[in-house]
Design a protein around this ligand. Structure first.
Ligand SMILES: Cc1cc2nc3c(=O)[nH]c(=O)nc-3n(C[C@H](O)[C@H](O)[C@H](O)COP(=O)(O)OP(=O)(O)OC[C@H]3O[C@@H](n4cnc5c(N)ncnc54)[C@H](O)[C@@H]3O)c2cc1C
Length: 494
């Protein structure tokens, strides 16, 4: 790459100072490198419409403080602005008189459009714009079928993905995953200019949230802390990951979302564990989850219509969903965790209290909204998008369309989770339920999954008064199931 005098690295969802493609390439090609993050008003203003409490903005803010401190260690620092990125980046490039702007690919439609605008504006100023793959292992057309077309089914995609790291059959070689070293020369990282200083959360209209109190460690250090905590548990991931009361998964999703960890480094850990045979089973299952993540990014790239609310399988857009005041009330009951189905309610309370929801529960609550309440999956998708710390358009849409049976590689429409048996199977003792619904604490393992089926004496003795301190079920699953099969019949008539 040409050698430039000055370059600007634009951080977005890659808030780290190690193994960073854009920073690596900027340092390799420019004598002086500035770093910037823009709190983009085009993203934040719509969030403010829902209130000033947003854990994600607080997470970014805390993570930027660490990134800035890290860059300062190398003599640099971070410029942070609260502005419209599409205009602010070209303006800053002009002020700093950089030759080129470096950043990492973002695959969401808004971001793609914004990046094109920035690239065009920079082009008019005779400046370069470079963007790199960084947040996924494989993107766009890098994993294709033998016929050269994009996959729409996961397993063959995963097999083709894995094959890229198997120089000989069955052997995963993690050294094939690139590492983008960040090693600035002395004085190469430029001091923030214009004047340093980060807008406070309050100045941007957001609350300062004590994320540590919510067990949400931020930044690169927080990511590393979770990795250190998870790796010894990796061998048990396959069995433990489905039980929400157990510390089974990695809880790294918010860090993957904001790039405070490197997905390449995580994949390397998993491959090395598989290869060494020490934590092989769990590691293989976990690596497959990282592949799901790539898969959904690839789907979004090839099928941007899914970001506009379209079903991946068009015939599913014929379905007529419940609408009107009664549906609105059911939707509110779902959002607020008062459907009368304890596992569903506890899961929604987990989401509302922490911004996290266990994967098994995302599946259960999504299926319940769609197939028990008959409500359009897009409403649930939007609620998750607002509440999840790890919200990623691609995975969230993929998850919701999976549950609605309208997605690529989705569950068949006639497979309808039973929220009671899911609860019995995955929270057998009701431990997770009790964490969020203490009023059910005294119900035993037999009764807690469907309190309305418990004898009234048992309810009395447990202090549970249905309709008073815990709701009656808002629908009956068996009836709802029949209605759903009828609702989905339009899909068959293609
Ligand atoms: C309805 C629904 C909505 C979802 N919305 C999101 C979302 O907005 N953002 C998000 O990151 N994940 C989403 N998921 C996928 C999954 O639930 C979360 O990634 C996972 O629960 C995060 O917890 P973890 O980091 O402890 O996961 P782990 O089990 O430790 O998995 C490791 C990583 O793999 C990735 N991953 C795991 N499962 C999936 C999956 N099914 N699809 C794509 N990537 C996956 C995540 O990046 C995750 O952090 C959704 C799933 C469903 C069913």
């Amino acid at each position: 790459m040409t050698t430039y005098d000055r370059a600007l690295v634009w951080f977005r969802r890659d808030l780290r100072s190690f193994d960073h493609a854009a920073l690596h390439h900027a340092l390799a090609s420019a004598k002086q490198v500035f770093c910037v993050f823009i709190f983009d008003k085009d993203i934040l203003d719509p969030l403010l419409a829902h209130g000033s409490m947003d854990r994600r903005v607080a997470f970014i803010h805390a993570s930027l403080r660490e990134l800035d401190a890290e860059l300062q260690q190398h003599g640099g620092g971070l410029i942070v602005q609260h502005a419209r990125a599409a205009q602010a980046i070209p303006a800053l490039a002009q002020t700093l008189n950089v030759d080129a702007v470096f950043c990492n690919h973002d695959y969401e439609p808004y971001a793609k459009q914004r990046d094109q605008q920035v690239a065009d504006a920079l082009g008019k100023q005779q400046r370069q714009f470079f963007s790199f793959k960084d947040q996924v292992i494989f993107e766009k057309n890098e994993v294709l079928s033998l016929a050269g077309s994009p996959f729409s089914v996961f397993t063959p995609y995963k097999n083709a993905w894995l094959k890229k790291f198997q120089p000989s059959p069955g052997m995963l070689d993690s050294s094939l995953i690139p590492h983008f070293e960040v090693k600035p020369k002395r004085g190469q990282l430029a001091l923030p200019s214009p004047a340093p200083g980060m807008p406070s959360l309050a100045e941007m209209g957001f609350d300062d949230i004590d994320l540590a109190a919510q067990h949400l460690p931020t930044g690169m250090q927080g990511g590393q802390q979770l990795i250190d905590d998870f790796l010894p548990r990796l061998s048990r991931y396959g069995e433990a990951r489905d039980f929400p009361a157990v510390k089974g998964p990695s809880y790294l999703s918010v860090h993957l979302r904001f790039g405070t960890v490197s997905v390449r480094s995580l994949a390397r850990h998993a491959m090395d564990a598989i290869r060494s045979g020490t934590r092989a089973d769990g590691a293989a299952v976990w690596l497959a989850e990282l592949v799901w993540r790539d898969f959904y990014f690839m789907i979004l790239h090839h099928h941007p219509k899914v970001a506009e609310g379209a079903a991946f399988k068009a015939e599913y857009d014929r379905i007529a969903w419940e609408e009107g005041p009664q549906a609105d009330e059911l939707f509110a009951a779902w959002c607020e965790g008062r459907t009368g189905y304890p596992l569903v309610d506890a899961a929604m309370l987990q989401l509302n209290h922490s911004g996290y929801m266990h994967n098994r529960l995302r599946m259960v609550t999504a299926c319940y909204l769609i197939k028990d309440l008959g409500i359009d999956w897009r409403r649930g998708e939007a609620y998750f998008a607002r509440m999840l710390n790890d919200f990623d358009l691609s995975a969230n849409n993929g998850g919701w369309q999976w549950a609605a049976s309208s997605g690529c590689d989705a569950q068949p429409y006639f497979r309808i989770f039973n929220p009671i048996t899911q609860s019995q199977k995955f929270d057998t003792e009701g431990k997770f339920i009790k964490r969020y619904l203490p009023q059910l604490n005294k119900l035993d393992a037999k009764q807690i999954h469907a309190p309305w089926l418990a004898p009234s004496l048992a309810l009395d003795m447990a202090g549970v008064s249905l309709g008073k301190n815990y709701p009656e079920p808002v629908v009956q699953h068996d009836e709802a199931r029949k209605k759903t099969l009828a609702r989905y019949a339009v899909v068959k008539k293609s």
